[in-house]
Every structure is written in structure tokens, then in C-alpha cells.
Ligand binder design. Structure first.
Ligand SMILES: Cc1cc2nc3c(=O)[nH]c(=O)nc-3n(C[C@H](O)[C@H](O)[C@H](O)COP(=O)(O)OP(=O)(O)OC[C@H]3O[C@@H](n4cnc5c(N)ncnc54)[C@H](O)[C@@H]3O)c2cc1C
Length: 578
């Protein structure tokens, strides 16, 4: 399997001749992708497969916050918070193109409430979530600052008086007693960062490869049967170790691997994306983080001219959950608690998304109390199969690198090999050489403008979208006649052709949901889908029938999973030019 230059079909063919691989990773979410890079770094040959697109599961449904997890302090998860804060700071350094500081305001409605409940929860005496007062929040934020200590790259927390807070945001609920301001980080393009990890892994080692639309389908004593989800063909591989990183599907995948487990007790979480200039302005560029009337945490924050709001936390069995009407009501009611005078309703929602957290099965009384820590559960070789299965349960987006490092160390020990490199300071994808200051940005823009002749404003956009990989995109764009998309001029035809040719796009929805944020921002309509399919069809050798099938498939996904109405899909968007 000599990866980089080969197509997915060629890789699958090559596996028929040489089915042996040291590590097979099932699942191309953030945990599978992070581990693949970690193994590539150690020179271990590995194959990653995902039944769908890369990063199409929970990893695409996260709140997009890279955080220590302030709330987990109440559950006494100090180790997790310490690790997550360390990883947050590392992502600010290694993925500076997508991970950026996010100032966060907590509106606070009492001075002392929650103290007894939190102490009770901490001591295992109480299980119900409750409102959190200023004192309790102050203790949590002080611990947060303490845990980051001298390695902190973000400012420490501050409390702001009621009057100061209302002066800054007159829309805030006047019942607040004060607000607190602290810093975490947000990630603008998690789906792209996940793909970058896979591409980096492949660039590090010719014996490492990631394939989308290939599932783990079955197993025999020595082999795992993979299914090409495009052709339906089966191919067997002979791994020494199988890693099951299929998130909420872990128990289903173990069953396909001839193992019975009951590891996962997932909870679904939904978000809505809101197009509402008044709400956007009221955020003042910050995240609002608060406890709902029932004590559950809700957030909303500005995102490229929209507001992302969520999330829910509801136990489910089906990993294919979607956002339902009751969840939308819940999120809208939460917004009213913070900004009672701002009217937000369903007509402002341009997109919904939902995913299932792959949490460990638990007897906790409320979903909020289930640990968000990660566990690698090992089923040794034996019984019906000759290979062990390592299941990656739980974890946060934020902690993927640490989780991958810990699992890689277990794998190295099992293979009798030694760690040869660390990912602690390894930049990811377009985070390599990413400019950190205004003068560095100017120098980068000057250099790429000189090479490509593209307008500076265009390069600024590309740098935001692709980090320093924007240079490759710009060079490709400059190699031929280009024009803005008719139905979304913020993108251009050659930019879309680049994504189709370089970024493993198999279906049209890969492009609008995961290579770009077009769907998330509510910028997709039927006319745009037709236009995009027309551009990528020749690149991917689609027949006219395939192209129109892709348009229908994508419209269906947008309706069924993301709550778009037929009217929204038909509505023409009024875009800005690129
Ligand atoms: C609503 C919500 C909000 C969250 N918010 C945050 C946040 O703000 N910050 C944070 O740090 N974390 C957050 N998380 C947690 C984080 O997103 C998840 O823990 C993490 O993404 C899990 O990644 P994973 O790779 O284990 O699983 P997934 O991303 O679900 O990946 C599993 C993959 O396995 C594939 N698969 C399934 N079956 C098979 C098979 N048979 N063969 C091959 N492939 C298969 C699926 O297609 C999928 O791509 C949130 C999670 C949710 C759901």
C-alpha cells in the first residue's frame, strides 16, 4: 500500500495482493484521524477506513469549542480538565489557522446558588444539576486559571459588575447580578482539520493511508472484511491490531468484528445556526455560556456572520440521530433567558446539526454527569479472531492528540516498537508556517501575490479558509481562467475544482458540508447545488445522470438531517463577490 499517489480504487486493489497491515483503524472521525497521524509519525504502517466521509460523525457535530471543560470541574474531573487545557493551548499553537481564542461571557443570576448542589455532586451525594452562582463560578474559573498556570497563552478570568455588563450589552437579562469573562478557543473548520491530519499522516509515511466510503463489514479468524461503499465490493485485510474508533457505532462495529460489547451509552446533541443581525450584534464577538433553568449548559457564539447555538444532551441508542422540534424549542427558550428582548424564532434558523457523543455506558442520573474522559478498552486476541481490538471510547475533540498519543504508545508496546517522535509541537496542515503577526501576514500575502497575481482580498479569504495551504490553492487558481460562482460568488470555480481534485470528495455533500462551510452558513440552495455539481462532474468523471443524482441526494440530506425546507432550498441567496 504505497499511499500518496494512488487513488482509493488502486489502494483497495493493492490490498488484494498485500493484505497485511500492522494497524487497521475503523473510523475517520477526529480520534481515528489523530491516531493515524500519531502512528505515521512513529513509522507504523496503518490503514484507516470510514464508512462515510472523513469527519462525518460526532466530530462534525461538535459545538466547535476547543476548551478545558469548565463544567467538568463539578464532576471532579480535574485530570481531564488539566489535559484538555494543555491540549487547547497546543492547538492554539499547532492549528493557529483554525483554532483561535474565544472570549466568553457568563451571565450570572445569583451570588451563591449551586454551592451545595456542586459540593453534593462532587461528594457523590447529589445528582441534579442546578443554577450556578457567582461564588461557584469564581471557584471554577480560578481552578481553570490555576491549571493553565505559567503555560497559559490566554488572559485570566475577570468578574464584571451588573452595571458594566448592562452598559456593554443592554439586551442582557436585567436579572443578572454580574457577569464573568474568561477565555477558551473555537475551531472554525473542524472537518478540514480532521482531513488535514489524514493528509499529513499520508505525507509522513508511504505506508499509511486513509480511505473514505469504506466500511468494516465483517471478520474471519485472521482477516477483517472491508466493503467499498461505492462499488459494493469486498476486500479482506490482515491486521495485527484493529482499532475501533467508530464513536457511537463502536458496539455495532465490534459485532461486525465478531466481538460483543456494550461500551457506549451515547447522548445526542443538537445545535442550530441562526441568521439574526440583532442577536449577532448582542454577542459583541464573544461566546455566551450559561446554565439553563434546568442547570444544563447552553452556549451561543458568533460564526462568520451567523450565531451557533446549542446544545442538547439526550440519551439515545441510534447513532444516526437528528435535531428534533423539541430540541429547537429548548435552544430558542435558552436564548430568551439571556436576551429576553431579542425575538429569535424558527424563521431565523438556516441550518441544524446533530451528533451522538460516544460516551461510556453509565449509571449516572443525568447525562451531564457522565464522564467526558477517554478510555481505550482492549479486547485481546482470542476466541474467533487472531487480532486484538482496541476501542476508543469517549473523549473530546480538544483532547484528540493526547488520546492518540496514549493509544499509539499502547500499540507500540504491543508491536515491540519504540516511540521515535512526538506530536506535541507538530503543526497541522495549513497551520505550518502560519503567520502570527500583522507583519508576518503581510509578508505571506506579498509573497503569494507575487507568485499568483491574485487580488490581496482574495488571498486574505483563502488564508482564512485554508491556512498556509492557501498557497497551493492560489497557485492552482492562477493556472487557468477563473470566475466567481454564479450563485455564491464568495467562492470561485477553480477553487471548487481544486477541492474536488485534491480533497477526496466522493459525493457533493462532502463539498458543501465538510470541505466548505457553505451549508452550515445557510448559503446553499438548489441553484447552487446544480452549479457545484456541474463544476465537479468533469473532475470526478460523473455522468450527467450521476451529477443530477448527487444534487438530489444532497438536497435530501439537507432536508432530512439539517432541517432545510423545500422553500429554503429553492430560495436564491444574495451573495457578495469574492
Ligand atoms: C453535540 C456535541 C457537541 C460537542 N462539542 C464539543 C466541543 O465543543 N468540544 C470538544 O472538544 N468536543 C465536543 N464534542 C465531543 C467530540 O465531538 C466527540 O467526542 C468526538 O468528535 C468523537 O470523535 P470520534 O472520532 O470518536 O467519533 P466520530 O466523529 O463519530 O467518528 C466515528 C466515525 O466512524 C465511522 N464509522 C461508523 N461505523 C463504521 C464502520 N463499520 N466502518 C468504518 N467506519 C465506521 C463513522 O462514519 C464516523 O465518521 C461534542 C460532541 C457532540 C456530539
Amino acid at each position: 500500500m504505497k499511499g500518496p499517489g494512488m487513488t482509493r480504487k488502486e489502494v483497495l486493489e493493492s490490498l488484494r495482493d498485500r493484505p497485511e497491515v500492522s494497524v487497521l483503524i475503523a473510523g475517520g472521525g477526529i480520534n481515528g484521524a489523530g491516531l493515524l497521524r500519531e502512528l505515521a509519525l512513529q513509522g507504523v504502517d496503518a490503514l484507516l477506513v470510514d464508512k462515510s466521509d472523513f469527519c462525518a460523525g460526532a466530530s462534525a457535530a461538535s459545538t466547535r469549542i476547543i476548551h478545558g471543560g469548565l463544567r467538568y470541574l463539578e464532576n471532579g474531573e480535574f485530570r481531564l480538565v488539566r489535559e484538555a487545557l494543555r491540549e487547547r493551548n497546543r492547538l492554539l499553537e499547532n492549528a493557529a489557522h483554525y483554532v483561535r481564542p474565544l472570549p466568553t461571557t457568563i451571565p450570572i443570576f445569583s451570588w451563591t446558588s449551586g454551592l451545595f448542589s456542586a459540593a453534593g455532586k462532587f461528594l457523590g451525594l447529589s445528582e441534579q444539576p442546578s443554577d450556578r452562582g457567582a461564588l461557584l463560578i469564581g471557584i471554577g474559573l480560578s481552578l481553570y486559571d490555576l491549571f493553565t498556570g505559567r503555560q497559559s497563552v490566554l488572559p485570566a478570568h475577570q468578574f464584571k459588575s451588573r452595571q458594566w455588563s448592562l452598559n456593554l450589552r443592554p439586551e442582557l437579562n436585567p436579572e443578572i447580578v454580574c457577569t464573568a469573562l474568561y477565555y477558551d478557543a473555537s475551531i472554525s473548520y473542524p472537518e478540514r482539520l480532521c482531513l488535514e491530519l489524514i493528509q499529513d499522516a499520508e505525507a509522513l509515511s508511504p505506508d499509511v493511508r486513509g480511505l473514505n466510503y469504506v466500511s468494516v463489514y465483517g471478520a474471519s479468524r485472521h482477516a477483517v472484511v472491508l466493503k467499498d461503499e461505492l462499488s459494493g465490493e469486498l476486500v479482506s485485510v490482515q491486521p495485527r491490531i484493529v482499532v475501533n474508533a467508530t464513536g457511537a457505532w463502536i458496539d455495532f462495529t465490534n459485532r461486525a468484528l465478531q466481538r460483543t460489547t456494550d461500551y457506549i451509552g451515547g447522548t445526542k446533541g443538537s445545535h442550530v445556526v441562526i441568521d439574526h443581525p440583532g442577536l449577532l450584534a448582542a454577542t459583541r464577538g464573544q461566546m455566551l455560556y450559561f446554565a439553563n433553568a434546568d442547570g444544563r449548559i447552553c452556549i451561543f457564539y458568533p460564526y462568520y456572520g451567523r450565531v451557533i447555538a446549542g446544545s442538547t444532551d439526550i440519551p439515545v441508542r441510534d447513532p444516526e440521530a437528528s435535531c428534533d422540534e423539541a430540541e429547537v424549542d429548548y435552544i430558542l427558550a435558552s436564548l430568551r433567558l439571556v436576551f429576553p428582548s431579542i425575538e429569535v424564532n424558527r424563521s431565523h434558523i438556516v441550518f441544524r446539526f446533530c451528533g451522538v457523543r460516544p460516551l461510556p455506558r453509565s449509571n449516572a442520573a443525568t447525562p451531564g454527569q457522565i464522564s467526558r474522559d477517554h478510555i481505550c478498552a482492549v479486547l485481546p486476541a482470542g476466541g474467533d479472531t487472531d487480532f486484538p481490538v482496541y476501542s476508543l471510547i469517549g473523549g473530546k475533540w480538544t483532547t484528540f492528540r493526547a488520546f492518540g498519543e496514549q493509544v499509539a504508545d499502547k500499540i507500540l508496546a504491543a508491536l515491540g516498537r519504540r516511540r521515535i517522535a512526538s506530536s506535541v509541537h507538530l503543526p497541522i496542515g495549513g497551520g505550518k508556517g502560519y503567520p502570527r503577526s500583522e507583519s508576518e501576514t503581510d509578508a505571506w500575502l506579498d509573497a503569494v501575490q507575487e507568485k499568483t497575481g491574485l487580488p490581496r482580498a482574495r488571498l486574505v479569504t483563502l488564508l482564512d479558509r485554508y491556512g498556509t495551504r492557501a498557497e497551493g490553492v492560489a497557485l492552482f487558481i492562477a493556472m487557468g481562467a477563473d470566475s466567481p460562482l454564479r450563485h455564491q460568488p464568495e467562492y470561485s470555480r477553480r477553487e471548487i475544482m481544486y477541492l474536488a481534485s485534491q480533497e477526496r470528495i466522493v459525493h457533493l455533500d462532502d463539498l458543501i458540508l465538510r470541505r466548505t462551510i457553505l451549508a452550515l452558513l445557510g448559503q446553499v440552495n438548489g441553484a447552487l447545488l446544480e452549479e457545484l455539481a456541474g463544476i465537479i462532474a468533469p473532475v470526478l468523471n460523473w455522468t450527467p445522470q450521476q451529477a443530477s443524482g448527487e444534487v438530489q441526494r444532497t438536497a435530501q440530506i439537507l432536508k432530512e438531517r439539517h432541517g432545510l425546507s423545500a422553500e429554503q432550498l429553492a430560495r436564491a441567496h444574495s451573495p457578495k463577490a469574492c
